[in-house]
Ligand binder design. Structure first.
Ligand SMILES: CC(C)(COP(=O)(O)OP(=O)(O)OC[C@H]1O[C@@H](n2cnc3c(N)ncnc32)[C@H](O)[C@@H]1OP(=O)(O)O)[C@@H](O)C(=O)NCCC(=O)NCCS
Length: 180
């Protein structure tokens, strides 16, 4: 029987990988898709550790690539649970890249992956609650709730059945588009 509540530190995962030439794109920088795949892997590991169940990726929050990553740099991904619902877990991931010669570290991106715990029959299962150990943990938890609310609002506002162009003509007047 898994514990009812678990600490964030119990499931934190760190992964460091040296960037190889085979991970690069045509301009010689590391391929964004490769970094996304690593982020998905660490999100899976972190969520599985917390839930002690098999997990699937339900959604990925915006990923802004802030800085390019070069071949030969050491990329470190850090993942921790920011929020839990009944069966879902939001995993916060930070990606940094280090030039090994100079020791210079740059923040490359951060994102939030929502993972859902499932049983062998493919049904969603409850996950342990989260023990929040200070204001930063509480802040991150609340931020996830707000992000979820904003996502629902966005989905509702642009629901295809209720949408009318007339409500947005003024807003679109200032955009680089023409409605034909
Ligand atoms: C994500 C998935 C498990 C949701 O299943 P579902 O039958 O809709 O289940 P529910 O409605 O009961 O939702 C289960 C949980 O997932 C969350 N969830 C579902 N869709 C979500 C989404 N798009 N974003 C964030 N959370 C989501 C729900 O909020 C709920 O959270 P809670 O239990 O903490 O309250 C299901 O759609 C699925 O298996 N998707 C495919 C996942 C996959 O294959 N990923 C890899 C892609 S290559």
């Amino acid at each position: 029987m898994p514990p009812t509540f678990k600490k964030i530190t119990d499931s934190q995962v760190t992964l460091s990988i040296l960037m190889q030439p085979s991970h690069s794109n045509f301009s010689g920088k590391i391929h964004g898709g490769y970094i996304l795949s690593l982020m998905d892997q660490i999100a899976f590991a972190c969520a599985s550790k917390h839930s002690q169940s098999y997990c699937v990726t339900a959604s990925v929050d915006t990923v802004d690539f802030r800085n390019p990553i070069e071949i030969g740099e050491l990329v470190t991904l850090k993942a921790s649970i920011n929020h839990v619902g009944r069966s879902s877990m939001v995993v916060g991931i930070r990606v940094e890249s280090e030039n090994i010669q100079s020791g210079f570290v740059k923040h490359c991106n951060s994102s939030y992956f929502t993972m859902v715990a499932k049983n062998e029959a493919g049904e969603t299962v409850p996950v342990p609650g989260l023990l929040l150990e200070g204001p930063d943990d509480v802040r991150r938890f609340l931020k996830c709730i707000k992000r979820k609310e904003m996502k629902t609002e966005r989905r509702t506002e642009f629901n295809a059945t209720d949408f009318t162009v007339e409500n947005y003509t003024e807003e679109l007047r200032h955009q680089n588009v023409k409605i034909i």
